[in-house]
Write a protein of this length. Structure first.
Length: 264
């Protein structure tokens, strides 16, 4: 079909809409003393939950920081929701969000004040209504006016999730979202993330050390080791390739350098 030049902007917009949620190509990050990420390429399909696995220091957090445009790559390309990062960061930031238990909110502000600050940054319409909706969904109402620093770990995680969902993101980047939570609270957080993804058709990139969480939530898994990608497939295909019944066992094989069956 011939492309009419008058339709080109629309065609470009359609292509961007259909593009993967995240496309990473030949991405590297070299810090002064460390090659944290070493030429990785992977895709997060729209609507998927993709797990990013790897031992301590594998390069997961650096990869997520580059995807968000917070750390500049040394080489390679990143597209987020069809936009180049970091050059089109301003176009895409309002459509994504991030959660990590390792990033604290200002502790003296109340939960409501913190959510208001973040909501204003994202120019959320009817912000008071959105905060009330999230407070009801995430069971925050009883401590909405308490200082954020005085919450338990589980309460802080629910507030962090409210902050991550405040702008109804199309793409969520999660760095160990359930670390240090009891199994019941962690399960509750996972269920909430799953129902948000289903309702909104959102895409999720999930860095986690919890292999049961990854098996339960992820359609695809990218395994990193020393800055490189060791494997990238569905959890069941990866377990079959390593001839293992759990991702935990695959993780140990990768960490300890045991070869995949197909290659041994
Ligand atoms: N700002 C920095 N300056 C120098 N080196 C860094 C910096 N940030 C990370 N690194 C190094 O880059 C490597 C990858 O770190 P990164 O935090 O991305 O790994 P990770 O997979 O998220 O690890 P973890 O599971 O322990 O959080 C590590 O060797 C780390 O020491």
């Amino acid at each position: 079909m011939a492309i009419d030049s008058h339709n080109q902007p629309q065609t470009a917009a359609l292509r961007a809409a259909a593009a993967a949620a995240i496309e990473v190509a030949h991405l590297s990050k070299v810090y002064k003393t460390a090659r944290a990420v070493d030429g990785i390429s992977f895709t997060v399909p729209r609507g998927s939950v993709t797990g990013l696995l790897g031992g301590n220091g594998a390069g997961k957090t650096t990869t997520i920081a580059m995807i968000m445009g917070l750390v500049l790559p040394s080489a390679g390309r990143i597209r987020v929701l069809g936009c180049g990062m970091p050059e089109q960061r301003a176009d895409v930031l309002g459509r994504i969000n991030f959660e990590s238990p390792y990033v604290d909110m200002p502790s003296r502000l109340t939960v409501r004040q913190n959510l208001t600050v973040f909501g204003k940054l994202y120019a959320v319409p009817d912000l008071a209504g959105r905060i009330a909706e999230l407070a009801a969904d995430l069971d925050l109402t009883e401590f909405l006016d308490r200082a954020s620093g005085k919450l338990s770990a589980g309460q802080k995680t629910r507030v962090a999730l409210a902050k991550a969902l405040i702008n109804r993101p199309e793409l969520l980047l999660l760095d160990e979202p359930t670390a240090s939570l009891d199994p019941d609270t962690a399960d509750w957080i996972r269920s909430h993330l799953e129902s948000y993804r289903k309702q909104r058709g959102a895409s999720i990139l999930l860095a986690s050390h919890n292999m049961l969480e990854v098996e339960r939530m992820c359609d695809r898994v990218v395994i990193m080791k020393r800055g490189r990608i060791e494997d990238d497939d569905t959890p069941s295909a990866i377990m079959a390739r390593y001839n293992r019944a759990t991702l935990e066992d695959v993780f140990l094989d990768v960490a300890r350098g045991r070869a995949r069956d197909a290659e041994s």
